[in-house]
Design a binder for this molecule. Structure first.
Ligand SMILES: [Ca+2]
Ligand SMILES: [Ca+2]
Length: 416
């Protein structure tokens, strides 16, 4: 981590020089940055994230049906420009875009990684559905299925969603799904229908028994399914380790007393050994910075184990398995603090209170004239937020005063 820091220092200095020469181009953040996994729940909601050269963020996305969508990571002012990378469940890159990307993907699990192209700072993250017209797509009716999550431990449950896609204009009056699975590996229950066939549909379920079940649904009182969507869901509980394939054969009716078979759909579910991670040790402390502080724990291999945002008064509490760690405390525009932590099972360890020195606006672990230049270039403005060291909404001599009081200090400061 230390060796990496010194490299970053050189890189950031170069980036600044390029920036002053007129326009920062092509300064790629290094791939050894820590990737912090964020929690994304809703379409159209706006989430706030933070990235810098040492910290990328990854947003898991689960599609229960095919989706056309736009992902945006809009910098919250300042020097930050973002790169948005869409990856599949195995981490393979699918697409990328500066600040945003638009894509069409089938049902499944994806990750959206946000990283800085230049600068560092907060950004606003959204994912929205969009209409993408593709005149070459014949829009053949089909079914699809997905499991969330795709990997569970023995005793855990995954939810499988089965959808109909690209329905004909006249719609479907009913649908039947004959599903099979490896009965020793998993247990199926809680088969639940949606209102894709309209409110209050008539439903029939045969099984689950002998490694199979049939789920049938018909719209009541002439109602039909006319749009792409989830028809039903069911829970799959892992009974033993292994890989289980669940296959469903759909048959659909337009209400003309004829059943049409669509291509079978399947999902693969991995059941792994139960691994009990006991988070029975607690770390508390207080970090003063006058800005939001993020406290992180890294294990001996420098893998991020836990990260929390401290309370407004700087106090924090986190739990982790007993062990030896390195703790870091970071705030935008401040030198970081770093120190060792030994957590003992069923005990609370209290880290010494620490004050982060204000002034490292460019985040390169040294407070110097480059940081002061950022104040000069943005004088009387409110952005970049990292330059507003006293957090009063304006960048001026009061921030310069704070910076000056820590002039030439280098980080990370020791966190005893
Ligand atoms: Ca600096
Ligand atoms: Ca200020």
């Amino acid at each position: 981590m230390m060796k990496f820091k010194s490299h970053m220092q050189i890189l950031v200095a170069l980036v600044m020089l390029l920036g002053f020469a007129g326009g920062i181009q092509g300064a790629q953040a290094q791939s050894s940055a820590v990737v912090v996994v964020r929690d994304l729940t809703y379409w159209d909601a706006t989430y706030t994230g933070y990235v810098d050269a040492n910290r990328f963020e990854e947003w898991p996305v689960v599609f229960t049906a095919a989706e056309d969508f736009t992902v945006t990571a809009a910098p919250d002012g300042g020097s930050l420009t973002t790169l948005v990378v869409l990856k599949d469940a195995t981490g393979t890159e699918i697409a990328r875009g500066d600040g945003a990307l638009t894509s069409s993907q089938p049902a499944g699990n994806y990750f959206v990684q946000v990283q800085p192209v230049t600068g560092s700072g907060f950004y606003h993250f959204t994912i929205r559905r969009v209409e993408i017209e593709d005149p070459t797509d014949p829009q053949t009716p089909s079914a699809s299925a997905s499991a969330n999550p795709v990997s569970i431990k023995v005793g855990e449950t995954s939810t499988v969603s089965v959808s109909l896609n690209n329905l004909p204009a006249e719609g479907y009056a009913s649908a039947e799904f004959s599903c099979t699975y490896e009965m020793n590996g998993v247990e199926v229950n809680a088969i639940t229908f949606t209102d894709l066939f309209g409110a209050d549909p008539a439903t029939a379920v045969n099984g689950p028994a002998g490694g199979g079940f049939i789920a049938a649904v018909a719209g009541s009182n002439g109602r039909k399914a006319t749009t792409t969507g989830v028809v039903f869901t069911f829970d799959v509980k892992g009974l033993q380790t292994g890989t289980t394939v669940i296959t469903c054969v759909p048959r659909v009716s337009k209400g003309d007393n004829t059943l049409t078979t669509l291509d079978a759909v399947s999902v693969t579910l991995t059941v792994t050994d139960e691994v009990v991670v006991v988070e029975n040790a607690t770390l508390t402390g207080q970090v003063f910075a006058g800005k939001p502080v993020t406290v992180s724990l890294y294990d001996a291999a420098n893998i991020l184990v836990k990260t929390v945002v401290a309370n407004p008064d700087g106090s924090f509490s986190l739990t982790a398995p007993a062990g030896t760690y390195t703790a870091t405390a970071e705030a935008s525009g401040f030198l970081a603090a770093e120190g060792p932590v030994t957590l003992v099972a069923n005990e609370t360890s209290v880290k010494a209170a620490v004050t982060l020195p204000a002034g490292d606006i460019d985040g390169n672990d040294v407070i110097d004239q480059f940081d002061a230049m950022t104040i000069g270039m943005n004088y009387n403005a409110s952005q970049p937020a990292s330059a507003d060291l006293n957090n009063d909404g304006v960048i001026n001599v009061l921030d310069l005063e704070l910076l000056a009081s820590n002039y030439r200090l280098t980080g990370p400061v020791v966190w005893p």
